[in-house]
Design a protein around this ligand. Structure first.
Ligand SMILES: Cc1cc2nc3c(=O)[nH]c(=O)nc-3n(C[C@H](O)[C@H](O)[C@H](O)COP(=O)(O)OP(=O)(O)OC[C@H]3O[C@@H](n4cnc5c(N)ncnc54)[C@H](O)[C@@H]3O)c2cc1C
Ligand SMILES: NC(=O)c1ccc[n+]([C@@H]2O[C@H](COP(=O)([O-])OP(=O)(O)OC[C@H]3O[C@@H](n4cnc5c(N)ncnc54)[C@H](OP(=O)(O)O)[C@@H]3O)[C@@H](O)[C@H]2O)c1
Length: 467
């Protein structure tokens, strides 16, 4: 074998930024082919893999949560490493990754939320559903939520995230005991006093993006009386509806007719209303809504008719939003890294070699876990085509930056998949103590203690990449 052959056969090195479903599906697609030998490093700013599967999918949906078990199998592959506690942009730059790897895939998801842009939106008591979900999912960055004194809560938006937060707030707290929520979260949810939960959509029930299964589950919770404002069903031509939307409308009609004796709380659906102001001076006390209609071109317009709902909590469930990654081009309007079928481009459409995107940072914050699988496969197909044509000689191969050494020189010691297993074991042990299958560990300090056991230099510190 000649020196040139050896270099040609040497595995190509690929970095993936983000260990959520899209990053792990990309890793799986790379490692399950044999055209181009690869070694893959999956980098995440957290010591825990799985992204929104761990910190988004509702804790009471355990069958979907088990997707994490399937995703974990990706790490059985010999040529895959997990590098946790490495924050792209803080601990490692775009230039460093491009110097250390033949190709980089960005899979960082959408870590912010859309704004309603109405007065009062920043008052205490106005919380994005993203923050609320992060809290009940035990995300270490999440702020503790206080539901004391909340009797009426409003979720703005009629997607599956609104359904999730409304269900967590209205279902019997005893049902939450079997979830993996942190104990402090369970304690808050067990003692809240919410009697009225509102879900507000700016268009009609037939325009809502929630799925029927999720809506049906929400509308059949024990002890919850569903009410749907009568004007919800105006102007619906059932003949124009597809199967999902027609069934959604039926589920809402049926639920509104069902009487629930001695209901613990009421769940109100209010359609054709958009938020105009969050009321209050030091804290939210209500939300003023404007009646809406569609204009001739199908756009939502206000009618000028307003009404105010009393509420001490407003959850903005109007969508997540991608944030720019330092040094990379960004499409601010859509909250994505500009790309052509997954190849990163400049803002004006020129393909940038060796850089790729997958998942929500590629397509925007829409789509279920499975959508990311085909999406990642498309990107990886193009990446492999490109790698096959990427010239490489021995000097280039030798010149690849040694990322491990580079990080260690700066006192950074990424965590491993074995470290994650240790966190998992500790969560199972905590669950056992509390008579539950598992209880999440949400405090940074505890997570860091768990991953520091055999790390040189002791526990990582905030300066080591924890924000
Ligand atoms: C509240 C909620 C509930 C959902 N429930 C379901 C459900 O029940 N069923 C379903 O099929 N789909 C569900 N979805 C959709 C599903 O979660 C998404 O389709 C999927 O998680 C998107 O995957 P992703 O990998 O693009 O992003 P993410 O899952 O967000 O993963 C991104 C990863 O990148 C990491 N990261 C971010 N920035 C950096 C950085 N600078 N450096 C290093 N790492 C970084 C993050 O820590 C994270 O691990 C839900 C979504 C939400 C918001
Ligand atoms: N169980 C599950 O499978 C599950 C659970 C959670 C999430 N997910 C998935 O995750 C993705 C994200 O869900 P999502 O609920 O965040 O997003 P979504 O489905 O896009 O819903 C966002 C909602 O917010 C509304 N909205 C947007 N801007 C608004 C504004 N300024 N004022 C008032 N309302 C506004 C939208 O109304 P318009 O339609 O009028 O724009 C829509 O009703 C979806 O693909 C979802 O299916 C799945």
């Amino acid at each position: 074998m000649t020196g040139t052959d050896r270099v040609a056969d040497a595995p190509r090195r690929v970095a993936i930024v983000g260990a959520g479903p899209s990053g792990l599906f990309a890793a799986q697609a790379l490692l399950s082919q044999d055209e181009v030998p690869v070694e893959v490093d999956v980098i995440d700013r957290l010591p825990t893999p799985f992204g929104l599967v761990r910190y988004g999918v509702a804790p009471d949906h355990d069958s979907i949560k088990s997707v994490a078990t399937a995703l974990a199998r990706v790490f059985d592959a010999e040529h895959l490493r997990f590098l946790g506690l490495v924050d792209f942009g803080e601990d490692v730059t775009r230039d460093e990754l491009l110097a250390a790897y033949d190709a980089v895939i960005y899979a960082a998801g959408a870590s912010e939320d859309r704004r309603m842009n109405v007065p009062g939106e920043s008052l205490p008591g106005s919380v994005s559903a993203r923050e609320f979900v992060a809290w009940y999912s035990g995300h270490p960055d999440a702020l503790a939520q206080d539901l004391a004194g909340v009797e009426s809560a409003v979720a703005v938006g009629v997607g599956n995230v609104a359904v999730d937060v409304a269900r967590i707030l209205t279902r019997d707290p005893a049902d939450l005991e079997r979830t993996d929520m942190p104990q402090a979260v369970i304690d808050v949810l067990a003692s809240h006093t919410i009697a009225d939960m509102w879900i507000v959509g700016r268009r009609g029930p037939h325009h809502a993006s929630f799925t029927t299964k999720e809506l049906r589950e929400l509308c059949s919770l024990d002890g919850v009386q569903v009410r749907v404002a009568a004007d919800a069903f105006e102007h619906i031509d059932e003949a124009d509806l597809d199967r999902r939307t027609r069934t959604n409308v039926e589920v809402l009609r049926e639920a509104a007719q069902r009487q629930v004796p001695e209901a613990r709380c009421r769940l109100h659906f209010l359609f054709w209303r958009r938020p105009v102001t969050l009321e209050g001076t030091d804290h939210v006390t209500g939300i003023t809504l404007e009646r809406t209609a569609l204009d001739e071109s199908g756009r939502v317009v206000g009618t000028g008719e307003t009404s105010t709902l009393d509420a001490e909590l407003v959850l903005r469930a109007i969508g997540y939003r991608g944030v720019p990654l330092p040094g990379l081009p960004f499409d601010l309007e859509h909250g994505v890294i500009p790309n052509e079928d997954g190849r990163v481009t400049t803002e004006d459409g020129h393909v940038l070699p060796r850089e790729y995107v997958v998942g929500w940072i590629k397509r925007g914050p829409i789509g279920v876990i499975g959508t990311n699988k085909s999406d990642a496969a498309q990107t990886v197909r193009l990446l492999l085509e490109d790698l096959a044509h990427l010239p490489r000689d021995a000097s280039e191969d030798a010149a690849l930056l040694d990322l491990d050494r580079h990080l260690a020189e700066r006192g950074l010691h990424p965590t491993t998949f074995e470290d994650w297993r240790r966190i998992e074991e500790a969560e199972a042990a905590r669950g056992d103590e509390l008579g539950r299958a598992r209880t999440k560990i949400e405090a940074w300090s505890e997570l860091l203690d768990l991953v520091a056991l055999d790390r040189p230099g002791g526990p990582p510190t905030p300066a080591d990449g924890i924000r």
